[in-house]
Ligand binder design. Sequence first.
Ligand code: TNX
Length: 549
Amino acid sequence: MDIRTLVLGRSPRRRLKLAVASITVTASIAFTTTTASGAPTTIDDANAAAPLGNVVPAPVSVQPAADVRFYLKSDSAIYATGGAATDVANLLAGLLRTPTGYGLPLKPLSPSTDVRGIALMLGGADASTGAEGYQLKVTGTAVTIRANQRQGLINGVATLRQLLPAKVDSQNAVAGPWPVQGGQILDYPRYAYRGALLDVARHFFPVSTVKRYIDDLARYKINYLNLHLIDDQGWRIQIGSWPNLTEIGGSTGVGGMMGGYYTMADYKAIVAYAAQRGITVIPEVEGPAHEHAALASYAELNCDGVAKELYVGYTVSPDGILCIRKAVTYTFLDQVIGQLAAATPGPYIAVGGDETQGIPQADLQYYYSRVTAIVAKYGKKVLGWQESLGGLAPAGATATVWMPGLSDDLVVTAANAGAKIIMAPAPHAYLDMKYDPETPSFPVGNSWAGFIDVQTAYDWRPEAMVAGVPPSAIGGVAAPLWTETAFALDHLENLAFPRLPAIAEVGWSPAATHNWDSFKVRLAAQGPRLRAARVGYYLHPTLQWPWGS
Ligand code: TNX
């Protein structure tokens, strides 16, 4: 597919669509006071309980009880059955104390407890909830979230936050009331892998920015974060036995800007912060391409024994390929992967493997067999990009498709032989693409995979991306945020929101609930929440954003 034709061919139609949409939005602001979903459009509505189903991603099943209301009050408590439930209760209390100004003490929960507030119960949930699902029940006196595993309680908490009025995201104490609509929700994910990727290599971002992005992701039940720690333009993780990687390789970034790196302690802090919020960090060690920063840091890693100049270009370095047949390459990878594996409780190490076109297949196979053995030695599983499927043993491998059409034969063969496939198709899921030619404004945003408006981010089916991949081989979806053109938190958030929630819904919600007309109303209702939380987002003109957005 010629990507340039696609982009140029779409733009006149898109302009027309945007023009029509902005007329509709203007009209709705002037004349409408309620939307079909009941999303708040006036100041008074913003204090109301959200309709029970007004959640992103859409839950599996919602049964509202029209006349029932729960109110969180100053004397409410948060109850938990101990252990992991108490950890999650702590997380919830931390989220609710600031906006409500209430004490919300934590109390133990037993079958005889008279609950006046919110109860988190581990165990006894419907079997359909699986490892990550939950049941949420709202009566006049209690909100009860029940799950069989910790992850399910965390997901239930993410839902409850969206059922409280939007002001629950305020950064300071605000007046109640704090109603929640009565009824029941039963919910669990369609796919076990709902990933995001943050590129901290092209431009380095401080720990505080990564934590903030983790907070943003957790709202939408994202459960994996691929931290892209290494690329041509920068090496971002301190490796004890190889200090030049960060001293030299971490000193710069795209355009020579925003160098920096994480110490192992920083990395562990990020991993722990994410884990508390239900997100498993996957460290990514690129290779054999995209390794220019390492080759600039150590002469001996180069085939000719000469260290390269640092690379600060925008695209992939043509010289960033590891010396595949040199023994020291694998001593190096063993130590890097070993140290990262020791600091990573999650099951995956991402081994990169993209943009290896031009490297002989035999070399690629040799490289992947060595790297796979190293990852396995440290007790982890490999996650690669689609090109790596030519070299990875399919059983036990997981690979991400970023460009349907690029290597479909490899993907189909591997998927049929047991590999798990994650779908992150660039024309739908690459958050670094612009929304339209002017948004975000220059210099932020790419367009090589097309412009991605909110509907394009939402309207795609993982099972239809690569013909011949059995639906059972699809492990999930991912939303990468590459940062060649993004270098501030504000850039990251305005690219990710509101498209990331769209991709999160594709990954979480049953295919049967997929409906743009319903989604766009639920998504727009996130506006006042993101605004209150001071999360940057693009007020995309095709959505009818309610009051407070
Ligand atoms: C392609 S996707 C890349 C990245 C770039 C991205 C920019 C992939 C596996 N490779 O290295 O950052 O495009 O959109």
